[in-house]
Design a protein around this ligand. Structure first.
Ligand code: PGA
Ligand code: ZN
Length: 444
């Protein structure tokens, strides 16, 4: 049984507070986990409790906790920590550490809201994750085996974000993420190496041209460039100079994070950086944006587009799926928010063909696993993803293997909170040895 459980406030990769939880089973320390945090969050994500925000939103206030901006600018998570220690712990202590679904159900019952705003999704997810890790540790088996069972052997293909824009950087690039995918690799280890080589080459050639090699939140470079086409040209150059052929060894993927560009009053997508670089406003309607993607797809070997349209633009999503969905992976991140209800709506409307899985968008592991399973049944691809604010916790690497997700997105091969996930996958591949498998194509 779970004999103790407690939380503390730690810092994430952006220097913002987050929740870390430890679980003891049979009186021994067993598992620790910490919670990530997004910047370009979807409107339908569950609620991350922040001490200062409680004040703004007129939610529960607790004596002794500073619900003001003076502590961490209001970003503190002392209330979420308190919820773990004083409200969740008494209910979960005594439960079986192997009953993950029952623990997660208890968390949902205790919270009692749809958006997890009562206990806070950060409090709940910290507990959910730490319980899973404690269970695996108390059996003395790797987390991926505990979660995935005896027949798990598939490593995910990395989608490496090597150029950052949007909310993850202070540059002129409007599209949030430009990723490379090692489509020609035979093993995970080889794919990782190819991506890291391209990353190093990109740094070198940006430097040669006097462009900035400072990195964004996810470790990708963030120079000021005029538009997406130019970014992709730089990436092609880096791929070639690293000794690979774009389209054959390395393909590209974009996360547009279009909800961040959408102006709902005018129902248009505003490309502010591109406009600034051109000296005149750059605005696109849903249809114009899809035309624009089509042009980019013709010019460059792009295999995947994430959040190409706004999270409410279901008509636009239907259109893009009809026009591009047969040959291009179309990923719902802000659109689906790892939520089975939103995913069901997408399946019904035949919208997108892949889902991004972020455990903190939904707040418990069980619900995230439900979303993966629903996606698979409907023939949607799955990509396990980090957040732009991360910790050293590598659980998503194990989840990607456990659920044979096929793909993982965890940033550039730079910034240790990203690299550690990639390294964990190296360890898993090595441990699996000869039985390890690797999907050679991202869309199979
Ligand atoms: P976020 O970005 O973690 O800032 O939301 C990641 C993504 O949009 O995929
Ligand atoms: Zn995204």
């Amino acid at each position: 049984p779970i004999t103790d459980l407690y939380a503390r406030e730690i810092l994430d990769s952006r220097g913002n507070p987050t929740v870390e939880v430890e679980v003891l089973a049979a009186d021994e320390f067993c598992g620790r986990a910490s919670v990530p945090s997004g910047a370009s969050t979807g409107r339908y994500e569950v609620v991350e409790l922040r001490d200062g925000r409680q004040r703004e939103k007129n939610l529960e206030k607790k004596p002794g906790i500073k619900h003001t901006k003076e502590r961490y600018g209001g970003m503190g998570v002392e209330l979420a920590v308190d919820h773990v220690n004083s409200r969740i712990a008494p209910a979960v202590i005594g439960m079986n550490v192997f009953d993950q679904a029952a623990v997660d159900e208890m968390l949902k019952k205790l919270d009692g809201t749809k958006d997890k705003s009562n206990l806070g999704a950060n409090a709940m997810l910290g507990v959910s994750m730490a319980v899973a890790r404690a269970a695996a540790n108390s059996l003395g088996i790797p987390l991926y085996s505990y979660l995935g069972g005896v027949n798990v052997k598939m490593l995910p293909v990395p989608m490496m974000n090597i150029m950052n824009g949007g909310k993850h950087a202070d540059n002129t690039i409007d599209i949030q993420e430009f990723m490379i995918v090692p489509s020609g690799a035979e093993t995970y280890k080889e794919g990782l190496r190819m991506c890291a080589e391209v990353y190093q080459m990109l740094k070198k050639i940006l430097k040669e041209e006097g462009l900035s090699t400072a990195v964004g939140d996810e470790g990708g470079f963030a120079p000021n460039l005029p538009d997406a086409g130019t970014v992709l040209e730089w990436m092609e150059k880096a791929v070639r100079r690293a000794g690979y052929e774009p389209g054959q060894h390395i393909t590209f993927a974009l996360d547009v994070a279009a909800s961040e560009l959408y102006d709902s009053t005018f129902q248009k997508y505003v490309f502010e950086g591109e406009g600034k670089m051109q000296g005149k406003p750059c605005v696109r309607s849903s249809e114009e944006l899809i035309d624009y993607y089509e042009e980019l797809l013709e010019r460059f070997p792009i295999v995947s587009l994430e959040d190409p349209l706004d999270e409410e633009d279901w008509d636009g999503w239907e259109l893009i799926t009809t026009r591009l969905g047969l040959h291009t992976q179309l990923v719902g991140d802000d659109l689906f928010v790892t939520n089975t209800k939103r995913l069901k709506k997408g399946i019904r409307k035949k919208v997108a063909n892949a889902i991004l899985i972020k455990v903190n968008q939904i707040g418990t592991l069980t619900e995230a696993f439900d979303a993966i399973e629903l996606a698979k049944r409907a023939g949607y691809q799955t990509i396990i993803s980090h957040r732009s604010g991360e910790t050293a916790d590598t659980m998503i690497a194990d989840i990607a293997v456990a659920f044979q997700a096929g793909q993982i997105k965890t940033g550039a091969p730079c910034r240790m909170e990203r690299v550690e996930k990639y390294n964990q996958l190296l360890r898993i591949e090595e441990r699996l040895g000869e039985i390890a498998q690797y999907p050679t194509k991202t869309r199979n």
